[in-house]
Ligand binder design. Structure first.
Ligand code: SAH
Length: 251
């Protein structure tokens, strides 16, 4: 018996993978991150499945539940929001499981930064605007390595998706401007993308902090920064008639 570490997706219960949903339906024991995983996903659990909310548990407690369940031949699902590899704190879980000789498998999920692009109906990688997406966060209780400070990442003027930082939006804006984004750079703040109460705020680096404060958005939101949010870009070569490639000749 294995432990399955599964990405639950950004909120909408239909945005879990087919594999994730199947494993959730088969699980005897489910441990979900109650602070962010939509509890509506638990509707896929079978009757009688044992369900734990990890919001009130320590890592040791989570591991103990897993260990005891696996020892009894039970199938365990650990459900993380979005994709587990991004700010999921799963490495320490996996390393403890490996040390204990407990088998595990990771099933990826739709990360919230992707659901945010869908909500905004924007493409992050526009020709001649940006071909790079930076996923990062402002330093909080978790330190950020010196070479990855927001201000230094800002110097690229690439598309940036900033997690875990909306409650410090003013500090985010100050670092981004100090790092070299013009103050009129478009910014979107998307709260609870793909949830029924999704909220989208738009502004610029100069205006977004007061817009978010007024709207009372200070948690579970993504900050997206960059000119990809604006109108102008070069057309993609991929679908242009004079651009041939492996699957289509140029006309
Ligand atoms: N593993 C998750 C991220 C966990 S960190 C993922 O791949 O998405 C939690 C942060 O993710 C939040 O502070 C917020 O910045 C972002 N987040 C999670 N769900 C979100 C959603 N539905 N809409 C917008 N941001 C979200």
């Amino acid at each position: 018996m294995k432990v399955y570490i599964i990405g639950a997706g950004p909120g909408d219960p239909e945005l879990i993978t087919v594999k994730g949903r199947r494993l959730l339906a088969e699980a005897d024991v489910i441990i979900y991150a109650g602070s962010l995983v939509n509890p509506a996903l638990l509707q896929y659990a079978k009757a009688g499945a044992q369900i734990h909310n990890s919001a009130s548990m320590t890592l040791d407690e989570v591991i103990t539940v897993m260990e005891e369940a696996v020892a009894m031949g039970k199938k365990v699902v650990r459900l993380h929001t979005g994709d587990p590899s991004i700010y999921g704190a799963i490495q320490e879980q996996m390393d403890v499981l490996a040390a204990k000789g407990i088998e595990y498998e990771v099933v990826p999920g739709v990360s919230s930064f992707l659901a945010v692009a869908a909500a905004l109906k924007r493409e992050y990688t526009l020709p001649e605007v940006s071909q790079t997406v930076i996923i990062t966060r402002l330093e909080g209780r978790t330190p950020v390595p010196a070479k990855e400070k927001l201000a230094s990442l800002a110097s690229h003027n690439a598309t940036m998706c900033i997690f875990l930082s909306v409650h410090m939006l003013e500090a985010v804006v100050a670092e981004l401007i100090a790092g070299g984004y013009p103050p009129d750079t478009p910014v979107a703040v998307v709260q609870k993308a793909s949830w029924p109460d999704e909220k989208i705020l738009r502004g610029t680096l100069a205006t977004i902090a007061s817009i978010a404060a007024e709207a009372g958005v200070d948690r579970t939101a993504m900050i997206v920064v960059g000119k990809c949010l604006d109108g102008k870009y070069a057309l993609s070569r991929l679908y242009s008639p004079d651009f041939g490639h492996m699957f289509r000749e140029a006309k």
